[in-house]
Design a protein around this ligand. Structure first.
Ligand code: 5GP
Length: 177
């Protein structure tokens, strides 16, 4: 099996994560504790790196949703699989996503979390496939825009494979080997 072709190198990811962390730290300075909500499983590495680079008080939470049933095939529905543990009422929240594709997942999460009365909700995503947008969602902190390709690595998988690659690579879902 060949390694996936590199789309974004480990070094470039590190540089961009540092930039995003600096921007977020500056925007939330003096606003109290920021609740970072990582969307499992894909955002776990991005959240780990980003959160350690922040210079502001922060709390780590996770949420799990299911939007794709098999590999790269969309199921059409977004479903909550695991909720956050902390109350977010009156608190500043940053949703941390691996990748925004159609925008349905982020839209669902923002709607659901907004109903709980946070002080604010913003979004941070490492990657966005812009021309696939179906729901008009603003990503406040975005790492990279990419094309319409299936990406793996740095937390992202194909059928649970390649999640721990240190870089973002591209595979052909029909022929992952
Ligand atoms: P959306 O609801 O925006 O269409 O889809 C977002 C979710 O789809 C992401 O959180 C991720 O789980 C999955 N996804 C979309 N494109 C890719 C991709 O290229 N690679 C991987 N591994 N997951 C993707």
């Amino acid at each position: 099996m060949n390694d996936p072709e590199t789309l974004i190198s480990e070094k470039d990811i590190g540089t961009r994560v540092d930039e995003l962390a600096a921007e977020i730290s500056s925007d939330y300075a003096d606003k109290g504790e920021l609740v970072l909500i990582g969307v499992l499983k894909g955002a776990f590495i991005f959240l780990a790196d980003l959160s350690r680079k922040l210079t502001i008080p922060r709390l780590i939470e996770f949420i799990a949703i299911s939007s794709y049933q098999h590999g790269s095939m969309p199921s059409g529905a977004v479903r909550l699989v695991m909720d956050v543990r902390a109350s977010i009422e009156g608190r500043h929240v940053l949703i941390v996503e691996d990748i925004v594709d159609t925008g349905h997942t982020l839209h669902y999460l923002i709607d659901m979390l907004e109903s709980r009365g946070p002080a604010s909700i913003r979004t941070c995503a490492l990657l966005r496939k812009e021309h696939k947008t179906e729901v008009d969602i603003e990503v406040d902190y975005l790492g990279f825009k990419i094309g319409d390709e299936w990406v793996v690595g740095y937390g992202l998988d194909f059928a649970e494979r390649d999640r721990t690659l240190p870089y973002i690579g591209v595979i052909q879902p029909d022929d992952p080997d």
